[in-house]
Design a binder for this molecule. Structure first.
Ligand code: AMP
Length: 292
């Protein structure tokens, strides 16, 4: 059976009406926000949404407000045709691809600012990034009033920030976070991997290698600071410039408060002009001495 092409919707009123109508008829709607240039990681979110929901909407919007002035907004890959083919295979019903003015009306002057978990790490290195993310996600949740929204654990801090905002603003949507999909060598799939030269592509696996070492060290009782230092050495040894390599509380993103709490190892690095991030959850029950 060939999957039918999703309906491409550009108008905010049209997508909102379609989703409300479906839900009014008792259908469960899943939503996957993306910036396009889709890969198997995005496909896994759409597939999970299609399994759990009756109808799936995927937004494709390269959000200008989450890019810094010297970041890659203009060269960010755009591939609507190929994206729609991939989404057809996942039985997506609607692709919401609005123009910038539909999300940010002329003269727009309102932004959402999340503090707490949005402040360290990506928030410190990319000022305004999470404000841009929160602003667009809130707007998208308004326009696509779905039952559930799907996000990838690859952007761990983003999932924490979005869940914080949804709780704080009382947005009626269930947030689902799914595991990171990886290339054969372990590199986390990312639309930005397309920027890498062949040499840098081989080096990029250093982030994943460092996280595997962190997981091993975690399970042998190595202290968080020593794990972080080890990750930094491994990433640098692969020729990657380290932005950060750290082990923190998975919810607050602050230093660990209890010896046997679970943790997340987070890394960010640069290869030439390409910036990559990755992370790995470190389970409390893998720590030696933890209660069985
Ligand atoms: P983006 O298009 O980069 O904004 O990502 C859209 C969604 O796809 C976000 O929730 C990402 O976390 C998720 N995502 C990106 N890469 C992956 C991946 N390799 N595996 C799973 N989810 C991903």
């Amino acid at each position: 059976m060939t999957a039918s092409r999703p309906e491409i919707v550009a108008a905010p009123d049209a997508i909102a009406a379609a989703v409300r109508d479906a839900r009014g008829r008792g259908r469960r709607v899943g939503f996957v926000p993306t910036m396009g240039a889709l890969h198997a990681g995005h496909a896994s979110l759409a597939a999970a949404a299609a399994t759990a929901c009756d109808d799936v909407a995927v937004s494709i919007f390269v959000n200008p407000t989450q890019f810094g002035p010297h970041e890659d907004f203009h060269r960010y890959p755009r591939a609507l045709e190929a994206d729609c083919r991939l989404l057809a295979e996942q039985h997506v019903r609607w692709v919401f691809a609005p123009p910038v003015e539909a999300i940010y009306p002329p003269g727009h002057a309102t932004r959402i600012v999340v503090e707490g978990p949005a402040l360290p790490l990506e928030g410190a290195i990319r000022p305004g990034h999470f404000s841009g993310v929160a602003t667009v996600v809130q707007r998208l949740f308004q326009l696509v009033p779905a039952d559930r929204a799907y996000f990838g654990a690859k952007d761990w801090q983003q999932t924490v920030v979005v869940r914080r905002m949804v709780a704080d603003l009382g947005i009626p949507v269930e947030i689902v976070v799914l595991p990171t999909v990886r290339e054969a060598d372990g590199l986390a799939m990312s639309s930005r991997n397309a920027y890498l030269s062949p040499v840098d592509r081989r080096r990029a696996v250093g982030l994943h290698v460092a996280l595997l070492e962190a997981e091993r060290d975690w399970s042998t009782g190595v202290a968080p600071e020593a794990i972080a230092a080890g990750m930094r050495r491994t990433i640098e040894a692969h020729g990657i410039a380290v932005d950060y390599a750290t082990v923190v509380d998975p919810e607050s993103l602050q230093p660990l408060s209890a010896p046997f709490a679970s943790a997340v190892a987070l890394v960010a690095g640069r290869l030439g002009t390409t910036r990559l991030i990755d992370n790995r959850l470190l389970a409390a029950d893998r720590r030696p001495g933890a209660a069985p």
